[in-house]
Write a protein that binds this ligand. Structure first.
Ligand code: LLP
Length: 425
């Protein structure tokens, strides 16, 4: 009888053979994305009037264009993300309906403020100072108010974006000051926005919905729309349940209906996921380059470090791993050993098997030899987009699997390119 596959919940439909072939053709480390799964996730949220992709999760312009074609809109949090969205074909014309592109931040740096005004990018303001700075130069500009409701929630303290320990948003009790500035400068209020963190917890969700209703119905100012933020969780470990998108929508829809009854007209409702659209669709293919025994611990060292996938080192995040032979054979879990999986960086924290706080763990994995591939799953969100050039490692290549349209969507950076901006003279 066939041995069980290592991976019991298949996240992408990309076969092991394809992954091994791509690794041989394009080298490792290699990001591989499944276009069909991204489209499926967008479609799953189609009850919302607008699905706005939080591109910080994965900002390759080819993926942004794919999302635009699939009907999604996009969020940008920096000048660079604005330019990416524009290159991917999103528009900034906020006249009626939902703008293709919204800029969300807690501050404007000077260059971004200039660009936002010039290109008329709708702004989701996370501070009172942003309203002063925008109002002074661009009366009539379309703005959202990002409200910090006074509480938050996250898969780690670092992804909790509400409450008084968070720097995000306009504090709920300052909403009236924000509205006064909107009137003073003649800004156009589109709606209120709340994003309290990453990772769904339905009781927090209910609390956010309630706060949204209270604020909108109590503020004495009309809105066209509300934004429910992002934060939809995905299963990273076997056994974790995917978010119930129908329940999620139902909770928010009930809130929206109360707001519509109060205002006496329809209110558009946006959702702003990052992780949900891309996490499961992305894989990081790496090669085993050394194995060693250090006292009681076995180590498997890959050609990939936290310079590529930072989540384990930053949050103690768990990514499922599978081991493939060079021909793509899925190595079987029977012949497993507990091993610490690490990377090439000159830093002890460069370990993929660790808990938050840096406690190193072992993982039970099929015995891998030098030359085998280790695939990191659920790596599409906050993977490539959080990569760095630490230890002067060039950025890895990105490949999109999309039927006949499959292609490299970012070539590997060269060391020459990495050094090119520096000067000896
Ligand atoms: N909207 C706003 C205003 C946000 O700040 C974020 C994420 C999102 C939407 C999307 O959240 P998501 O749906 O992806 O949970 N690097 C961390 C996550 C940081 C999230 C920052 N803001 C991680 O790897 O888990």
């Amino acid at each position: 009888h066939a041995a069980p596959r290592q991976r019991k919940h298949t996240m992408t439909r990309i076969s092991e053979q394809t992954l091994a072939q791509l690794a041989q053709q394009h080298g490792t480390p290699l990001w591989v994305y499944d276009a069909a799964l991204i489209r499926e996730r967008i479609a799953q949220l189609s009850s919302f009037d607008t699905v706005r992709f939080a591109q910080k999760a994965c900002s390759n312009i080819h993926l942004l264009a794919l999302m635009r074609e699939a009907g999604a809109h996009v969020d940008a949090v920096s000048l660079g993300e604005i330019e990416r969205a524009l290159q991917a074909g999103f528009t900034t014309d906020g006249s009626g309906g939902a703008a293709g592109l919204v800029f969300t931040c807690d501050l404007f740096d000077r260059a971004t403020l200039r660009r936002v005004v010039e290109a008329k990018v709708e702004v989701n303001a996370g501070s009172i100072d942003m309203l002063h700075q925008l109002g002074a130069v661009s009366p009539g500009h379309r703005v959202w108010l990002r409200i910090n409701p006074g509480f938050g929630h996250g898969h780690s303290n670092k992804t909790n974006t509400g409450g008084e320990n968070s720097k995000h948003g306009i504090w709920h009790s300052e909403l009236k000051d924000a509205l006064a500035l909107i009137r003073q400068y003649g800004l156009h209020l589109v709606g209120l926005h709340m994003h309290i963190g990453s990772g769904v917890d339905y009781s927090h969700l209910q609390q956010v919905c309630g706060t949204m209703v209270d604020l909108v119905t109590g503020m004495g100012h009309d809105v066209e729309a509300i934004s429910t933020g992002g934060g939809l969780s995905v299963p990273y470990r076997e056994g974790e349940q995917p978010v119930d998108t129908a329940h999620y929508f139902a909770l928010w829809d009930a809130a929206r209906k109360q707001i519509e009854t109060h205002l006496g007209h329809p209110v558009r409702m946006e959702i702003e996921p990052g992780r949900f659209l891309v996490a499961e669709a992305g894989l990081l293919v790496t090669e085993v380059r050394a194995t060693k025994q250090m006292g009681g611990n076995h180590f498997t060292l890959l050609d990939t470090g936290f310079s590529e996938l930072m989540r384990p080192a930053m949050y103690g995040s768990y990514h499922e791993m599978t081991v493939l032979a060079r021909d793509g054979r899925d190595l079987r879990a029977q012949d497993a050993r507990a091993t610490v999986v690490g990377g090439p960086l000159c830093e002890s924290g460069d370990v993929f098997t660790q808990l938050e706080g840096g406690v190193v763990e072992t993982r039970l994995l099929p015995r891998a030899q030098v030359g085998d591939y280790v695939v990191m799953h659920g790596a599409g969100a906050y993977g490539a987009s959080m990569s760095s050039n630490y230890n002067s490692r060039p950025h890895a290549a990105e490949y999109l699997v999309d039927g006949a349209q499959s292609r490299l969507i970012r070539r590997r950076q060269t060391v020459e390119e990495l050094i090119a901006l520096e000067r000896l003279d």
